[in-house]
Design a protein around this ligand. Structure first.
Ligand code: ADP
Length: 494
């Protein structure tokens, strides 16, 4: 294979497929990673907030108990401890709007008014207002400006006798637990790499499955281009590639058929030239020999001289016949040559040729029998050509029959005009039957001395030009029958 026919490595189907596959895989991995992280964060946040809310509720309940017991110091101690253990900030804020607000002494942070007044605390006012209405509130991750860290917070109402007397705000630093994230990232990257590795093998198999037949078809196409029409892809699959391979195989078959046909035509042309040259050379040689002898003046006997002239004349006639036949044949074979058709009575043609052939038949005591019920059998055609065609057959029938035999001619009409010319002659060997219509195919028998081997070829061309068909049946030693079929011409219809 030449260099320019090679496909560059990075252009190969396999690499293209693999790159696509890898990109797809990486995109999927990144997407999964992102979705996973988001889910993980949401879940962690939700869980932390839920826990914190529960704790805030507990603190709120503790506070209620201490409001009743009025042990403020013990209460503050407890709250301090809880804060320390959990790294929390617990703010307890009294509700100034309540009918019986809790004692300000119990507050562990600024008062509601302070929250409103101090800018850093104002962001919690909304939380307080909501809880004062009886609803617990969560605050998702935010940056706490006081502690300067990521924080979550829950505010929970403190109720006494169905009245919100204050609020517990529990704040907790919120850490993302980076090791979990990095661990998961590591796992995802690792599994992506493993998946890429496995997919490499899968793609190799898949791409080979795909690219092997394609490259085989390519080789086939290159071979076809180089003129090797015997090559086949050898691919048998039931998918689109299989269809394509089948098409390539059909193409190579057709090319092979065309090539064989072309070679046959070439051979026929060569044979034809050889035959024509040969057929012409023989009479020319004979004429030249006689002419030279006569010119030399060696032969003086008037009887012999006349004999020589007669032989020369006969050879000239034979050449004339040959050239005439060749001209007719080339004319008939020309696809542009159209026969001038007119209504012709086939019966009339036969009356005509039987009269013409009568003399030769009589010489051999051969009788010609015509069976025809209908004196009018019309078809469209050229009278002279049709006459020439039937004459070739009748001529052969007489030529290849022994003396005292009969030639039977039968004319009939069904949906076709059927003409049968049957002799009781020497017959044709089955192996020769398919060749008799070939140009220059002729028997070397003595009775065929004047034959050119072009008669049946011309007859066939004339029949074809008249949309007709010729069949031939023969048994050696018994006789031969030629049957013609022609489309009839309906007089009444015109
Ligand atoms: P030609 O008669 O000039 O030899 P044709 O083309 O007419 O050429 O015939 C070709 C050959 O077919 C003949 O040479 C002969 O061998 C064979 N043939 C044709 N008609 C008959 C027939 N009626 N009986 C036997 N052989 C025949």
């Amino acid at each position: 294979m030449s260099k320019e026919n090679k496909v560059r490595i990075y252009n190969r189907l396999f690499f293209k497929l693999y790159i696509n596959y890898a990109v797809m895989l990486l995109v999927t991995a990144v997407l999964i990673c992102l979705i996973f992280m988001k889910l993980y964060m949401d879940m962690t946040m939700e869980r932390s907030l839920k826990e914190l809310e529960y704790q805030a509720q507990v603190v709120s309940e503790i506070t209620q108990e201490y409001i009743i017991s009025e042990k403020i110091n013990a209460f503050k101690n407890d709250i301090g401890r809880i804060e320390k253990v959990n790294d929390w900030d617990i703010w307890i804020v009294s509700n100034p709007m309540a009918d019986n607000p809790m004692s300000y002494d119990m507050e562990t942070s600024n008062t509601y008014e302070d929250f409103k007044a101090i800018p850093e605390l104002s962001e919690y006012v909304e939380l307080l207002d909501t809880t004062f209405n009886g609803q617990p509130v969560r605050r998702e991750k935010y940056y706490d400006q006081i502690d300067e860290r990521e924080t979550i917070a829950v505010a929970y109402p403190i109720k006494m006798n169905n009245e919100v007397v204050g609020t517990v705000i529990v704040k907790q630093p919120f850490e993302e637990q980076p090791e979990i994230v990095s661990n998961s990232l590591y796992l995802i990257v690792l599994s992506s790499v493993v998946a890429l590795g496995i997919s490499f093998i899968i793609v190799i198999i898949f791409a080979t499955e795909l690219s092997l037949p394609i490259s085989r078809m390519r080789v086939t196409a290159l071979e076809l281009a180089a003129g090797n029409y015997k090559i086949k892809t050898g691919i048998n699959r039931n998918d689109e590639i299989g269809d394509l391979a089948k098409t390539v195989d059909i193409l190579s078959e057709k090319l092979l058929e065309n090539e064989i046909e072309r070679q046959k035509l070439d051979q026929m042309r060569l044979d034809f030239f050889a035959n024509v040259s040969h057929e012409l050379r023989t009479p020319i040689t004979v004429i030249r020999a006689y002419a030279e002898t006569l010119a030399d003046g060696v032969v003086k006997d008037p009887g012999t001289v006349e004999q020589y002239y007669n032989r020369m004349l006969a050879e000239c006639k034979s050449m004339e016949r040959l050239v005439g036949d060749l001209l007719t044949l080339s004319k008939m074979q020309n696809p542009d040559f159209a026969i001038e058709k007119e209504p012709v009575n086939v019966r009339q043609i036969f009356d005509d040729i039987i009269r013409s052939a009568g003399a030769i038949a009589k010489k051999k005591s051969i009788s010609i029998e015509l069976v025809n019920d209908d004196p009018v059998l019309m078809m469209l055609g050229d009278y002279d050509r049709l006459r020439q065609m039937f004459m070739v057959i009748l001529d052969n029938a007489i030529k290849f029959s022994e003396e005292n035999k009969t030639v039977h001619i039968n004319l009939s009409k069904s949906d076709k005009i059927i003409v049968s010319i049957k002799d009781e002659g020497i017959g044709i060997a089955p192996a020769d039957l398919e060749n008799i219509f070939e140009k220059f195919y002729k028997s070397n028998l003595r009775q065929n001395e004047s034959g050119t081997g072009l008669g049946l070829a011309i007859a066939k061309q004339i029949a074809l030009k008249h949309d007709g068909k010729i069949e031939v049946y023969s048994t050696p030693g018994e006789g031969t029958e030629f049957i013609f079929y022609f489309p009839p011409y309906e007089l009444e219809a015109q």
